[in-house]
Design a protein around this ligand. Sequence first.
Ligand code: ADP
Ligand code: GN1
Ligand code: MG
Length: 362
Amino acid sequence: MDIIKELYECFDTKGRFISAAPYGNGHINDTYIIEAELDGAAVRYVLQRINHEVFREPYKLMENFAAVTEYLQGKQDELASLGQTSLSIVKTKAGENLLKKNGKYFRLLSYIEGSVSYDKVESREQFYECAKAFGAFQRVLRDFPAEKLYETIKDFHNTPERLRQLEDAAALDKKGRLAEVMPELEFARARKDFAGTLIREAEAGRLPIKVTHNDTKLNNILFDEETKKPVCIVDLDTVMPGFSVNDFGDSIRFGATTAAEDESNLDLVHFDIELFEIYAKGFIEGAGEGLTECEIAMLPTGAVMMTLECGMRFLADYLSGDVYFKTSRPKHNLDRARNQFKLVSEMEAKFDEMTTIVRKYI
Ligand code: ADP
Ligand code: GN1
Ligand code: MG
């Protein structure tokens, strides 16, 4: 951990470094919790190595991160009324938001004390709170100048483009895995027309572009350990203009399921429509007046879209040799892809039910 101490000491902190340990279950960045000591009191920080293979312009990414964080700090009253707070960036001794060291990029955040994050929905109440928080996130950012935001990952939620990327990975078949995944590839191909639905709606002027989070899975919310209420939304790397229904959908794909995202026993993986209903209610309430009729009507499409897209991304990464998402076993990405596609099938079978649920809120 000497290297972490050295990195920590490049930042403008007052505390003396005590220890560091890997933290969280993010698939992209490397996160460490740092314990320091100041005048006999413990202070903690979160050090993150930004994955610059994924985020090709780390400085621009941090400009976004800082702009959104500052904007949210300016909305402290609105956040406080929701029981929430914003992140806070610790600058380097040179006054920068980002540290470049040995060709790698790091940022330091204050640790939000008394918080925890979850990789699986623990209770219906918790999922409802998560929904309200992600809904409110969009509401709080409704007047954020979108033109200030740099696109940190091009075509991040452009689902037709994600299908093209999957086709490219299949055509290259770098690791000779194509034959093994033909049923999954055909599953994705069969949904080519569906993949363009949201973009077509936007082009027709029916679906608005908003400032959205774009990575709304449960472990990107910190909950208060005691009250179990959301205290802070993290992982602001992908805050960009996007569709509100995708923020909704990404939470559904990760949370409205009976199993973890990487469960390999598909008999255990089911779409939970009750959790869908709870989340829909919370998200619509949290977003307030912010959602149009068309957005509400398209929430079920967002759910299927994000689940399909994420499955395609996992599959493409499997075909490319597991270079994007962190993996901890040989077929991890394939398991994840199959898991997401199982959910897609069940969501499709319950599409009319989902539609009836959201129509109650129009
Ligand atoms: P990744 O992009 O790899 O998912 P995140 O920014 O989501 O990285 O951070 C990984 C995890 O670290 C989060 O899921 C959360 O549990 C934890 N975390 C991030 N920032 C903070 C913070 N400021 N205070 C406490 N925990 C945090
Ligand atoms: C990644 O960074 P993390 O673990 O919060 C990914 C999301 C995927 C998710 C799948 C920048 O999220 O888009 O939906 O994994 N983030 C990026 O779990 O690609
Ligand atoms: Mg994360």
